[in-house]
Design a protein around this ligand. Sequence first.
Ligand code: FVH
Length: 291
Amino acid sequence: MTERDAPRVTVLGLGRMGTAIARAFLAAGYRTTVWNRTGAKADVLTAEGAVPADDVTAAVEAGPLLIVPLLDPGAIRQALEPAAPSLAGRTVVGLANGTPQQAGDLAAWAAGYDADYLDGAMMALPHTVATPEAFFFYSGPERAYAEHRTALEVMAIAHHVGADPAAAEIHSLAVLGTGYAALTGFLHAAALLETFGTDPETLAPAAAAWLRGMAAFLPELAGQAGSGRYGDAASTIDLNRPAVDALIALSGERGVDPALHRPLKELLDRRSADGHGDDSFAAVYELLRVR
Ligand code: FVH
């Protein structure tokens, strides 16, 4: 492939994520135009083969696909505003943590300039970009996603989760929630074990092994929640209630705040009181879901 034939991409925003993303495109053989508000951040990428744009309009006009990993949705709009008349016919991929509402607002703004807008939520860290650990959720027009999918997969495994521009942020928030719960559980465990003289670093490998097992259990849990069938369970509501009770009691005795685990205790107690003690742990789902 000659340089002229190389697929083109523009990366606007060269912070931690943008720099990693631009590098991934360079490594994949893309003609990669780069722009950043603070221009000096482009220098290192230019030395690696990226094409620096003189201004944001030149960056936008350099190709059909604009990858925009900026601080927040407001920054995306602010950065692109001067080049708005040049957006027509291009696809803007907004990669900034934001709310579902902000994603919708950006999509409407881009549509006003005849551009397609794909909202992207990056489930990644700078060092995991372009590795199998990274995945990005996308939402917006299926046609634009299909057209640019090959390029999007240069950055991370790509999942299109709906035409509604808000869908990627919604999925991202939900998945973040699973991680927050697990990480906070670890920090609580670390605080508890510290009172017994075990430091967090010693706990980490055991906790990681346990979480790997929990991750492997997720498809089974999902199958039960999805089907509403909670019988014939290896791990029941009534098996887990005493464990959560004991964890809360032990935390209290050691002066460690058990607040994190109280909501689960309440859910398990309600299921048991409702006559579902022999159901699988997954039956908690019935108390959480909206009918
Ligand atoms: N870093 C991480 O670990 C997480 C991983 C998961 C996703 N988040 C979100 O990704 C967005 C970008 O985060 P980042 O880590 O790349 O952020 P920074 O390194 O701080 O770079 C920010 C870039 O945004 C530019 N910028 C800020 N405001 C404006 C503006 N008004 N107009 C134009 N550009 C703007 C900034 O430019 P400069 O300061 O260098 O001139 C950087 O290029 C973010 O949503 C995370 O939550 C990251």
